[in-house]
Design a protein around this ligand. Structure first.
Ligand code: 5GP
Length: 193
């Protein structure tokens, strides 16, 4: 998505060797017009996949997920992050190691909001090592639901997540694919291919 790539170039800041800060339009302040066009992109890509539910993780996945749900006209469920390990029977849970916070969280979804009748599209803001997607996938399996696809706003293709998902065979569509950070600059995948 050209518009997103241009926005990343203009407003993104590379931190260290593998983190991109985009808090002016995605992770803190949100640009709803851009989110709407992202939702449209995801819809156009996955519209024939029979999707009846969108799943994401709080908090930065929610904005793009809601816009996607609006285009599909289906509900959006976001997994909650729990500090407590006290589980109840009414929740699906899994453990996710956070790439940015360097800690493990339990994420959970109320059993009322996911079932075997659901065909799910996962939406998330970033793909790094694939932990968040993997945690959601575990919950989808536990619920007996079907994972139809994964939509990512910004993929860092040089980390492990992309490979893991490709291996699993689940269709994935990323709106921006970052091949590398070079001297603090973003290099997109399609620039050299
Ligand atoms: P993963 O689970 O794929 O290792 O990491 C994905 C999650 O970590 C995303 O949901 C996102 O919140 C966070 N994340 C990973 N890489 C970045 C990054 O470069 N910048 C920001 N802002 N968040 C990231």
């Amino acid at each position: 998505m050209k518009e997103l790539e241009e926005r990343i170039r203009k407003d993104g800041r590379v931190l260290g060797k593998d983190v991109l800060k985009v808090d002016s339009f995605l992770n803190h302040q949100v640009d709803p017009m851009l989110m709407e066009r992202m939702g449209e992109e995801f819809y156009n890509h996955f519209k024939d996949a029979g999707i009846n539910k969108i799943l994401t993780v709080e908090s930065s996945g929610i904005a793009p997920a809601v816009m996607t749900g609006l285009k599909f006209q289906v509900p959006v469920v976001f997994a909650r992050k729990h500090k407590s390990v006290t589980l109840t029977d009414d929740l699906y849970t899994s453990e996710v190691y956070s790439f940015t916070k360097k800690t493990s969280n339990h994420i959970s979804i109320d059993k009322r909001f996911l079932s075997k009748d659901d065909t799910v599209l996962i939406i998330d803001d970033f793909l790094a090592n694939g932990q968040a997607v993997n945690g959601l996938d575990t919950i989808i399996e536990d619920a007996g639901a079907t994972l139809a696809g994964i939509g990512i706003v910004i993929e860092k293709s040089f980390q492990k997540g992309r490979q893991l998902i490709d291996k699993s065979g689940t269709p994935i569509y990323s709106l921006a694919r970052i091949k590398a950070f070079e001297n603090g600059q973003v290099v997109f995948q399609d620039e050299e291919e």
